[in-house]
Design a protein around this ligand. Structure first.
Ligand code: CA
Ligand code: CA
Length: 298
């Protein structure tokens, strides 16, 4: 059966204290209808900066309680489809993004997202719809939706699109999955801080792996697994990604730290997710020729 969660059932934090918006069982298909990243506050290109309530940033639809998911398990989310609205917005403002020391007038651009393209002036840019924020509740307390971490969250991963599978560690009963922050298209880095922000809906199928979980979220593509890490700067995010990759290679290849560390220079592809959020994010990509999912769960 297909469960639909409307966009007015949303939260600004990942927490087990947020009441579930819906319940599902493993195997169910669920559609999350989501607002854009500023909860619909960008009405025109003239929307002044001071009219934007930054507290209404990163609304995530949910949370969804998944029956049978408990701490120590893995929630497996197959992204079956990502549909985006036909109107997107992009904005830049002083203090935001990789060039945060530059002084300039803030600017908003409204773009059409139609026929498979974003129209930016005379550029036709093919869309690649993706989910910027997806995560589960932590063990206790709350994590604001603009942050990322082992629970997932605001990872801004351009590979999180239709056909992708993500494995999230479960920390609380029901996992409490929530998502939002759709982008019609985004590059690795997300340098200017907003790509093409859109509303839309995400269709997923859920499964639960009992008794094992990853240290960090894992994204599966056709030929690869990616370990998703973050840190207060890129160095810290990279350290965690390499440390976890070496651990996984030791297990997968039944080898020593020294040999796995050697192989990290040969087999681990480090890529930037985003450099603009409070916590910066990278991914370590490993070929399925060398590792399997059991090596990534413990
Ligand atoms: Ca984001
Ligand atoms: Ca965004």
């Amino acid at each position: 059966m297909v469960i639909k969660i409307p966009k007015d059932r949303f939260t600004y934090k990942f927490s087990k204290y947020v009441p579930p918006a819906a319940y599902a069982r493993p195997g169910d298909v669920v559609v999350f209808e989501v607002m854009d990243n500023l909860s619909g506050q960008i009405r025109s290109e003239e929307t002044p900066l001071e009219a934007i309530d930054i507290g209404k940033r990163n609304p995530c639809t949910g949370p969804l309680y998944v029956e049978g998911a408990e701490a120590g398990d893995t929630l497996v989310v197959d992204i079956l489809d990502v549909k985006v609205g036909n109107r997107g917005w992009i904005r830049v403002f002083p203090g935001g993004g990789a060039l945060h020391d530059k002084n300039f007038q803030p600017k908003i651009k409204i773009v059409s997202v139609e026929g498979g393209y974003v129209t930016f002036n005379n550029l036709k840019i093919p869309i690649k719809p993706m989910v910027g924020t997806i995560g589960v509740a932590p063990t206790d307390g709350e994590i604001p939706t603009p942050l990322c971490g082992p629970h997932g969250g605001n990872m801004d991963l351009k590979i999180l699109r239709k056909g992708t599978r993500i494995y999230l560690p479960v920390f609380a009963d029901g996992a409490l999955l929530a998502m939002g922050d759709l982008h019609a298209v985004q590059s690795d880095g997300e340098s200017g801080i907003t790509p093409v922000e859109v509303d839309g809906e995400v269709m997923v199928r859920l499964e639960v792996i009992k008794g094992r979980s990853p240290t960090y979220p894992i994204v599966e593509l056709e030929d690869t697994y990616s370990i998703i890490t973050s840190g207060t700067d890129l160095d810290e995010a990279v350290y965690r990604a390499v440390e976890e990759s070496v651990k996984v290679l030791m297990k997968a290849l039944n080898t020593t730290f020294q040999e796995a560390y050697m192989l990290s220079s040969i087999l681990v592809e480090l890529r930037i997710n985003q450099v603009v959020n409070k916590l910066k994010g990278v991914r370590a990509e490993l070929s399925k020729n060398y590792v399997s999912i059991k090596d990534l769960l413990s």
